[in-house]
Design a protein around this ligand. Structure first.
Ligand SMILES: *Cc1c(COP(=O)(O)O)cnc(C)c1O
Length: 249
C-alpha cells in the first residue's frame, strides 16, 4: 500500500528516497547500538526532529513509518502540526518553552521534554485544565553543564527532585522521565558517554520516588550510540535523517 496516495511528483519522489535511505542508516545505527548494549531494539524509540524542515517532509516521514516527531520552536511547529494533524504522529516539544507559548504548544504537543522550572509546571497544568485536553506527558530537562549560567535550558541536577515532585502533583500532567542534551561546556564537555551515564544515575534516583517515570530522552545525530549505551529510551535525531539544517533565520 502506498500511504502517499497517487504517484509522488518527481521532486517529492527524490526527497522520499533521501529520507528513506537516511532513516535506514539511522535505524541500523540504533539497532547496532542496542545490540552492543545487550538491549532489545524495542527498548528505544526514534523521535525524528523535524525543526526547520517543511510540513511536506513530516508527511513523507509519516509515510515511511515514522511515528514520533519533535519540534523546538513554536512559531515553526504550530503551522506544521496544523498541516499534519490528520497524520498518525506523536508530537514532542523539545525546546526551551516560554510560558506565553504554552497555550499554542498544547494545541499539538503530546509530550513536553523541556520542563525545567516550577513556573512552567504551573502554566502547563493550568492550560491543560482550561482546555480539557488529555493528560500531558512531561519530562524534566536536566542541565549537565554544571554551571547554571552556561546552561541552555534545563534544571540543575540538585533541583530535579523538587521539580519532579511538583510535576507529579500537578493536575493534568504526568511525570514521564528525564531529558538531556550532551553539554558543550563543563565537566562532561566532549564526553557524551559520561554525560549520559550521569543522566542515567539521575533517572534511577527519580524512579525510586516515581517508578513510572521510565523515559530517558537522550542522544542526537552525533551521540545516539552513547545515549543508547547509557540506557536512553528515546533518541532525538534531526540532521542524520533530514540533512544539515540551514542556519536559523
Ligand atoms: C535539534 C535538536 C535535536 C536533534 O539534533 P541533531 O543533531 O540534528 O540530530 C535533538 N534534541 C534537541 C533538544 C534539539 O533541539
Amino acid at each position: 500500500m502506498n500511504a502517499l496516495g497517487p504517484e509522488p511528483a518527481p521532486a517529492e519522489g527524490a526527497r522520499l528516497d533521501v529520507l528513506r535511505s537516511n532513516l535506514t542508516a539511522v535505524e541500523q545505527r540504533i539497532a547496532a547500538a542496542c545490540a552492543a548494549a545487550g538491549r532489545p531494539r524495542s527498548d528505544v524509540t526514534l523521535i525524528v526532529v523535524t525543526k526547520t524542515y517543511p510540513a511536506a517532509d513530516t508527511r513523507l516521514l509519516s509515510a515511511l513509518g515514522v511515528t514520533d516527531v519533535a519540534e523546538n520552536r513554536d512559531q515553526d511547529a504550530a503551522p506544521k502540526a496544523e498541516e499534519c494533524k490528520n497524520l498518525p504522529l506523536l508530537w514532542h516539544f523539545v525546546g526551551q518553552l516560554q510560558t506565553n507559548k504554552v497555550r499554542s504548544v498544547l494545541k499539538y504537543a503530546d509530550r513536553v521534554h523541556s520542563v525545567d522550572r516550577t513556573r512552567l509546571v504551573s502554566a502547563l497544568s493550568a492550560e491543560v485544565g482550561k482546555t480539557g485536553r488529555p493528560v500531558l506527558g512531561c519530562l524534566v530537562q536536566v542541565a549537565l553543564e554544571g554551571d547554571p549560567a552556561a546552561t541552555r535550558g534545563g534544571a540543575l541536577p540538585a533541583d530535579v527532585p523538587a521539580l519532579a515532585e511538583a510535576l507529579a502533583a500537578a493536575p493534568g500532567l504526568r511525570l514521564d522521565g528525564v531529558m538531556a542534551v550532551a553539554p558543550l561546556t563543563g565537566p562532561f564537555a566532549g564526553d557524551p558517554v559520561r554525560a549520559f551515564d550521569r543522566l542515567a544515575e539521575i533517572s534511577s534516583l527519580l524512579r525510586r520516588e516515581h517508578p513510572a517515570a521510565t523515559m530517558v530522552s537522550a542522544g542526537m545525530s552525533g551521540d545516539l550510540e552513547a545515549a543508547v549505551a547509557a540506557g536512553a529510551t528515546h533518541v532525538r535525531v534531526g540532521t542524520a535523517v533530514l540533512g544539515v539544517r540551514p542556519p536559523l533565520g
